[in-house]
Design a protein around this ligand. Structure first.
Ligand code: BES
Ligand code: MN
Ligand code: ZN
Length: 487
């Protein structure tokens, strides 16, 4: 999907449709009035009736006197409280509608500055949202989806500088989000650890991103007992991939992602329905890859190192067992209490690797627990931290990205639940408060490095069409990009 700029008026835009935002109250905005004029006043007549202009509601109308045949009026909800988050959601739903209508070239008519009640024009959010909503994954289908292939921001000549800036940022960010979604949507037989590593190496080479692969033998030499144990039941050996963007001076910031290419649960096997979506168990790693790609394309000033802990959790003859004791990279010994709690083991070694890099702070992303889905649902990810200032920065980045988080507790009792009679600690502490207990396990390995853990188990994928459609959402990519831009 290509994002572009159309300089000039509505009438001169040649495509299949024009998307225009409509508030549910007050006068039509200037641009909505212009589109309304081209469809005989239908928007004004129908608004409040057949078209209520609720946030994300889409109404299609024939357009006359324009070189695009269809107008897609998308509701922005009430003027009060309009935000870039609402612009992003409305644009996503409009683009999804365009995809269902098989419209290939879609123009986006943004609000005039005078009509944007708060937060500027939200040009960037509109473009990013539309790209998110128009996304589809048809690599394995003979019949390709007929969704939008070109999304053009319609922009008056006078506003060209703002339009160009928004376009450049949106192109870089959506490239990262789409890369992450493609990786997550890829079936697990096509992204075994070796294949995923090869894909990442090729991508890094193409992008000019520094990439180092720590293979199984090197991990063994280092004593990375967590990730090695998790990978042992699979015919496909684990690896850690390290991506770097060096944008000048200052300390390095660490990003870490859980990259389970498939999570069967291991010897503590999951149920069939519980296993269905476990190709998405590398969504944390995919988000880090996408963010590193975007950050690099944006040329962000700052130094970022992305660590991806990649393995497949299977049940092979040499699989690790419940009650095995592992010596982790940090030296801590861990008694395995459940082989399905594998994510924390691969992340623990990743955290230690980042500590050795002496990073200033760490953000990890992981589809870590079912418990966080029960606690927060599918709209918000859980946020845990050992450092309030770092947590606030990540929350602020999330707000700029219109990705929602909710900070959850991390108490001493959560750590106490991980006491083992046999080893320094055990890997799980019981079902209740499971997301916090998993975070407490990670906190042990983050030690005193300012660290934020984002549990994205609920937000990483949609089983049935949400605003972003079916499958991977790319959740977290934009948060990491905004964090990088702000820090
Ligand atoms: N990958 C799963 C978590 C998950 C569940 C992600 C649902 C997405 C949707 C993780 O590895 C896991 O199995 N966690 C266990 C931990 C338990 C054994 C302590 C869980 O949540 O049940
Ligand atoms: Mn698991
Ligand atoms: Zn898992």
């Amino acid at each position: 999907m290509e994002l572009s700029l159309h300089l000039g008026g509505l009438q001169s835009y040649e495509g299949d449709a024009i998307v225009v935002g409509v508030f549910s109250d007050g006068d039509l905005t200037a641009v909505a009035q212009a589109v309304d004029g081209l469809c005989g006043g239908a928007i004004g007549r129908l608004r409040g009736g057949a078209f209520r202009a609720a946030l994300g509601e889409v109404f299609s109308l024939p357009l006359a006197g324009s070189s695009a045949p269809v107008a897609l009026a998308v509701g922005l909800g009430p003027r009060a409280g309009f935000s870039h988050a609402r612009a992003k959601k409305a644009a996503a739903l409009a683009a999804r509608h365009a995809k269902q209508m098989r419209l290939g070239r879609v123009g986006l008519a943004p609000l005039e500055p005078a009509d944007a009640p708060s937060g500027g024009w939200a040009l960037e959010a509109t473009l990013i949202g539309a790209a998110l909503g128009g996304y589809g994954f048809d690599r394995f289908q003979k019949e390709k989806g007929q969704g939008p292939h070109t999304l053009s921001l319609i922009c008056a000549e006078a506003d060209a500088p703002q339009g160009r800036a928004a376009l450049a940022a949106a192109q870089a960010i959506t490239a990262g989000v789409q890369a992450a979604r493609d990786l997550v949507n890829t079936p697990p037989n096509e992204k075994t650890p070796e294949k995923l590593v090869a894909t990442l190496q090729a991508m890094a080479l193409e992008e000019g991103l520094d990439c180092r692969v720590i293979g199984r033998d090197e991990l063994a030499g280092m004593g990375a007992g967590g990730i090695l144990a998790v990978g042992r039941g699979s015919a496909h050996p684990p690896a850690i991939v390290v991506l770097r963007h060096d944008g000048g001076a200052g300390p390095w910031h660490g990003y870490l992602g859980k990259g389970m290419t498939f999570d069967s649960g291991g010897i503590d096997l999951k149920t069939a329905p519980g296993m269905l979506w476990m190709k998405s168990d590398m969504s944390g790693a995919a988000a880090v890859v996408g963010a590193m790609l975007s950050i690099h394309r944006l040329g962000v000033k700052g130094r970022f190192v992305g660590v991806l802990s990649i393995a497949e959790n299977m049940t092979g003859a040499d699989a690790f067992r419940p009650s095995d004791v592992l010596q982790m990279l940090s030296g801590t010994t861990v008694e395995v209490s459940d082989t399905d709690a594998e994510g924390r083991l691969v992340l623990a070694d990743g955290l230690e690797l980042l500590r050795r890099e002496q990073v200033a702070d760490i953000i990890d992303l992981a589809t870590l627990t079912g418990a966080v889905v029960i606690a927060l649902g599918k709209e918000r990810a859980g946020l845990f931290s050992n450092d309030d200032a770092h947590a606030e920065q990540v929350l602020a980045a999330g707000a700029r990205a219109a990705e929602r988080y909710w900070r959850l507790p991390l108490d001493e009792e959560h750590s106490e639940s991980l006491k083992s009679p046999t080893a320094d600690m055990k890997s799980t502490g019981g079902r209740d408060g499971g997301a916090s207990k998993a975070a407490a396990f990670l906190r042990h390995f983050a030690q005193d490095t300012p660290w934020v853990h984002l549990d994205i188990a609920g937000t990483a994928f949609e089983e049935e069409g949400g605003p972003l459609g079916h499958g991977a959402t790319g959740f977290g990519v934009e948060t990491l990009v905004r964090f990088a831009q702000g820090g």
